[in-house]
Design a protein around this ligand. Structure first.
Ligand code: SAM
Length: 442
């Protein structure tokens, strides 16, 4: 095996690709793993651990690397990724320095057979090995902004916002909550399998996984160490859907009833479309709209695994931009709706625990851009609700401009009442950052 095809070399390449604007770590990762389909399960798991771990701790790892390199500003991208990976293995995975350095050197040799990069890697990681504990302890101290930026790898602009919004203690608690991976949450289709039975089957499918019930929630399970649940038999059969605990709430708040006419206004791949159908006992009409044709096309799989091709359910899938006149005409065939779910596109800043790369890609200005778009989508979606009907607004972000501020704006215009709203946070709820609001149209 060439060293750049080792888990460490592959992880370094994925990390480099993730640094490009708009790259999603999960897609880059699955592309690379696909290219290396011969890699055995343990090695694939290691690539995933290294990629997410380095993205999650990037600024902290750089603090160690930069302190130990002679000319840190001159480090090229791939050698830096190799150094981050080696440092991560020592300080987070508890690997011995000898082991971590040997893997890093092997990956470095594949970049440069003459050995100059390997020599650099050896020198820097050797210095990290003897100094990281004292430096890590120092990174825990100091002004909240520095602790968040350096120990918790939260970009300064975002750390500063949180301190201002939440106060230093809560902002630090959020940073701490984001240090570790979140469990994978699943929603169980209780119309087809009881929660206990689902837990038992999942345990058999994922030996070694820890599967917890969720207090007060009769349809969710939290899974740790279960590997790739998207490709398991239970997922293929539609008995479970991978969905964060907070993200499971909007469809429940909407409480669609059998026989109603419901719009899933930003349906994407349809995780919530299926949930709406489950809640409606697969009876009634669901119109699922998304502006991305590829996503609507992929819902074909959802129809099969979710058993959605049934007599009493009319599922209409529409490719369209909700804000366009053409889409208004098309939706006119079914509007107005009893209930509308609006799961808006967003900055994704609530998803830092599961998509750690988002923190390095977003800029302050992105919040305003997303918020303006969300306001337009909300106004448009409200027009599609029948008088007396309901709308749930959902967003995978705990930034106020993307949630409560948007809702306050439409409520102030009149004709709409807010009956329920909630913000979920990593530090308060142990979930993704998320916001939902239930609105009623007069
Ligand atoms: C948060 S995602 C939806 C996730 C989906 N509801 C689920 O649970 O799987 C937001 C979706 O809105 C879609 N979108 C963005 N702008 C849109 C627009 N103007 N009209 C329709 N869909 C739009 C995006 O393509 C994306 O799939």
């Amino acid at each position: 095996m060439r060293a750049l095809e080792s888990p460490h070399g592959i992880a370094a390449r994925v990390l480099r690709a993730c640094a490009r604007p708009g790259a999603f770590s999960n897609r880059r990762l699955s592309d690379e793993l696909e290219r290396h389909h011969g890699l055995e399960g343990g090695a694939r798991g290691l690539v995933t651990t290294l990629v997410y771990g380095v993205l999650r701790h990037q600024a902290r790892l750089d603090a160690h690397v930069d302190a130990c390199a002679d000319r840190p500003a001159k480090l090229a991208a791939l050698p830096r990724e190799i150094l981050r990976i080696g440092t991560y293995e020592m300080i987070e995975l508890g690997r011995s320095p000898g082991n971590a350095i040997a893997h890093a050197i092997a990956a470095a040799r594949a970049l440069d057979e003459r050995g100059a990069i390997a020599g650099l890697v050896h020198g820097v990681l050797g210095a990290v090995a003897v100094s990281w504990q004292a430096r890590d302890a120092a990174l825990e101290q100091g002004a909240p902004l520095d602790v968040l930026a350096r120990r918790d790898s939260i970009p300064r602009w975002l750390a500063g916002r949180w301190i201002k919004q939440l106060g230093p203690e809560r902002a630090l608690a959020r940073g701490r909550a984001l240090r570790d991976e979140l469990p994978i949450d699943v929603r169980v289709d209780r119309t087809r399998i009881a929660l206990d039975a689902a837990r038992g089957r999942l345990a058999a499918e994922c030996p070694g996984a820890t599967i917890d019930m969720v207090a007060g929630d009769s349809a969710a399970l939290r899974v740790r160490g279960g590997g790739d649940l998207f490709h398991g038999a239970m997922h293929d059969e539609g008995l479970i859907s991978v969905q964060g605990l907070a993200a499971q709430q909007p469809a429940r708040w909407l409480a669609p009833r059998a026989g109603e006419s419901v719009l899933d206004a930003c349906a994407g791949l349809g995780v919530k479309t299926l949930q709406l159908a489950e809640l409606m006992d697969r009876r009634g009409r669901i119109v699922a709209v998304d502006r991305e044709a590829a996503k609507i096309a992929l819902q074909e799989r959802l129809v099969a695994r979710g058993r959605l091709a049934v007599r009493d359910l009319e599922l209409v899938r529409v490719v369209g931009d909700l804000t366009s006149p053409a889409c208004a005409v098309e939706l006119g065939a079914w509007a107005p709706f009893d209930a509308v779910l609006l799961d808006v596109p967003c900055t994704g800043l609530g998803n830092l625990a599961r998509h750690p790369e988002i923190r390095w890609q977003r800029r302050f200005e992105d919040i305003g851009t997303a918020a303006a778009n969300q306001g337009v989508l909300l106004a448009r979606a409200l027009e599609l609700v029948r008088p007396g009907g309901r709308l749930v607004y959902a967003v995978c972000s705990a930034e106020p401009e993307e949630g409560p501020v948007r809702i306050a704006e439409v409520v102030a215009r009149g004709g709409i009442s807010l009956t329920r709203e909630q913000t979920w946070t990593p530090e308060g709820d142990g979930t993704e950052g998320f916001y939902a609001a239930l609105l009623l149209r007069a």
